[in-house]
Structures are given as C-alpha cells and as structure tokens.
Design a protein around this ligand. Structure first.
Ligand code: COA
Ligand code: ZN
Length: 312
C-alpha cells in the first residue's frame, strides 16, 4: 500500500465529544482529559467552542477551561460559529480558530441559525480580527459528504465555501462528514478533486461513524493523499443538530491501526488507552472505542492495561 510515513491527528473529543454529552462535564474533568491526551503525545487539540451557551450548554466553560489548559508544545483550537465567537476565543487566547459553515442551507440553519451567505458575511471581520492577533483560521465545512435534511451534497457546494475560506487566507480546511454518510469511493473522489482544485492547500478529514464506514473512509482518504485527521478519544462525539448523531473515529483505534501499518502518529497507545479509560470512568458508560477494550497487540500489555483474557 502506498501510505505516508506519518500523519497528524487533531484530538476533537474536548469539543465534538463534550458538546454531545447529555450532562455538563465539570471543567476539572475536562482538564484532566486534556492533560491525559497531552501526556500521550497529542499536540493538536480542538479544546472547546465559543458558541451560545443556550445552544451548547456543555461548553459554557470555554474561557475558564482555556485559562487552565497545558500550553507547552500544544496547539489549542476552538470552534466558532460567528464573529462574537471569534472575539471571545481570541480574548481567551486560543491558538487557532475553527470557523464552521455547513455545505447545505438546511444544516447551516439548524446548526447556526443563519443562511450560508449570512455566515460568509462574517468572514471578512473574523479573518481580519484573527490576522490582527496572529491567530490562524481553519475553515471547516460541516455536512461535506451528506446532509441529514437535504441528502446528497454536491462538490460544487462544498468547494464554493472552501474557496471563500482560502481567498481570505485560511491556514487549512476541514472537510467534515458530520453525519457519517461518506463511503470510501466518495471520500477518494473528494480528496483527489480537492487536491486538484486547491493544490498545496492543507486539509483535514473529519469522519463520524453513524453508518460504520468511518475507518474505511480514513483508509481511503489516506491512500488518496490525506495526512491530517480529526479523531476523538474513546470515539465520543456528534453534532446536536444531526438526528442519531454518532461518535468520531476513536483516536486510540486510529493510532493502533496506523502505527501497525507503519504510519507514525507520534502518540503513545498505552497512555492513550489509559486516557480513554479515565474518560469512560468520568462518563460512567461504555464508550464506542474498540482498542480501549481489546488493548494493544502485546497480550501481556493488553492484559495489564485492559484486563484482556484474565477471565478465560
Ligand atoms: N458565543 C456566545 N454567545 C453568543 C454567540 C457566541 N458565539 N453568538 C451569539 N451569542 C449570543 C448573543 O449575544 C445573544 O445573547 P443575548 O440573548 O444574551 O443577547 C444570543 O446568543 C442570541 O444571539 P443570536 O445572534 O440571535 O444567535 P442565535 O440565537 O440565532 O444563535 C448561534 C446563533 C450561532 C449563536 C447558535 O446557534 C450557536 O451557538 N450554535 C452553535 C452550534 C454548534 O456548536 N454546533 C455544533 C458544532 S458543528
Ligand atoms: Zn464532528
């Protein structure tokens, strides 16, 4: 297989995961999870969102959290839906902004209560504010591979917003399968066309597992030339404005698979599984991740950290 020698994983559990919880996770526990993934070697974290506390009460502690996160060697991004979010995030000394716009009108309305054009109308002010504060902006596209309200999404609708981001100097683009509607062929076509249309532009793939295709999608993207992926500890996550939202790709499952295939992630699997167990303890129910249950390949290590085989 023609694979890259290394990839970058952006840890999105603190944003995509915690936003989807039924209850508010105390700031202190959020911090412990961030510290645990940093200990495992994670360097890029989407740590929170600066959104309306009425829309996403689970992340109402965004500024308080950012005031306490470990900063050394770690980049903290925050999702923002509008100029007000960007202002609050910059005041809280975020390292990167992730602006989110949906590829369809219906999802943009549900998610951020605006038309796509209204969202685009904020971009000039967001980018100039960010530039004035030396803060890179990442442009994210929700529902890039399918919409729970409108169905199929055309590449034209995705690339229209991508162009708006790039023309204003976006540092990179995130193509999100918010709804788990992507399949490997769609992913391969999207990645190849993106690279053709926007040569040299950095991009990230963000896969949800609503229909069980997320890991296959990651492999298809990797083979087509993608080298950055969003993943979430324990496989938590989901957009509150997607019916039946399911988790992101579990970071530890991705680390297990890629490292075994000779693709370096820079992340320590044993420490990551320990972090996933801590998260499961905080949440109090089984998480979707598989490797946190089955453990690494080494049977002794699997027995030690996951208790595998001890009851046989
Ligand atoms: N952060 C905090 N508060 C915000 C805000 C932001 N980014 N943007 C707007 N608000 C506040 C306004 O100040 C106003 O407060 P007030 O009533 O106390 O004056 C209130 O929210 C309503 O403002 P309005 O512009 O009318 O927003 P809205 O009610 O139409 O909601 C969003 C729009 C974008 C703020 C809201 O839908 C949202 O936060 N969505 C985020 C969804 C999300 O995170 N989805 C998952 C990630 S993909
Ligand atoms: Zn997501």
């Amino acid at each position: 297989m023609d694979l890259p020698s290394k990839v970058k994983l952006r840890e999105v559990a603190p944003r995509d995961g915690f936003q989807s919880l039924k209850d508010f996770l105390p700031t202190e526990q959020k911090l412990q999870i961030i510290e645990a993934v940093v200990k495992a070697g994670v360097k890029d974290i989407e740590s929170t969102s600066f959104v309306s506390p009425r829309a996403i009460p689970q992340l109402r502690d965004a500024a308080d959290l950012l005031a306490q996160v470990p900063r050394q060697g770690v980049t903290h991004a925050a999702l923002v839906p509008n100029l007000k979010g960007a202002q609050n995030a910059i005041s809280a000394k975020v390292d990167q902004l992730v602006v989110v716009i949906s590829a369809t009108e219906a999802h943009n309305q549900e998610n951020i209560r605006r038309s796509i054009d209204e969202s685009l109308g904020d971009l000039d002010s967001i980018f100039s504010l960010a530039k004035g504060n030396d803060t890179p902006v990442i442009g994210a596209l929700a529902v890039s591979f399918g919409c729970p309200y409108q169905g199929d999404v055309s590449e034209k609708n995705v690339f229209r917003v991508v162009e708006e981001y790039i023309s204003r100097g976006a540092a990179s683009i995130i193509l999100a399968d918010t709804t788990g509607m992507a399949t490997p062929t769609r992913v391969q076509i999207m990645v190849l066309r993106f690279r053709e249309q926007f040569p040299g532009v950095k991009f990230t793939l963000h896969f949800h597992n609503n229909r069980g295709t997320a890991m296959a999608n990651l492999l298809a993207a990797l083979i087509a030339g993608a080298t950055t992926f969003d993943t979430a500890l324990g496989g938590i996550g989901g957009c509150p404005y997607v019916p039946q939202a399911a988790g992101n790709l579990p970071t530890e499952d991705v680390v297990f698979m890629l490292e075994d295939m000779g693709v370096s992630t820079g992340i320590d699997l044993e420490e990551l599984i320990t972090a996933a167990h801590l998260l499961e303890k905080f949440l109090g129910y089984p998480l979707p991740g598989q490797v946190m249950k089955s453990g690494p390949r080494d049977p002794k290590l699997a027995a030690k950290i996951c208790g595998v085989g001890q009851n046989l």
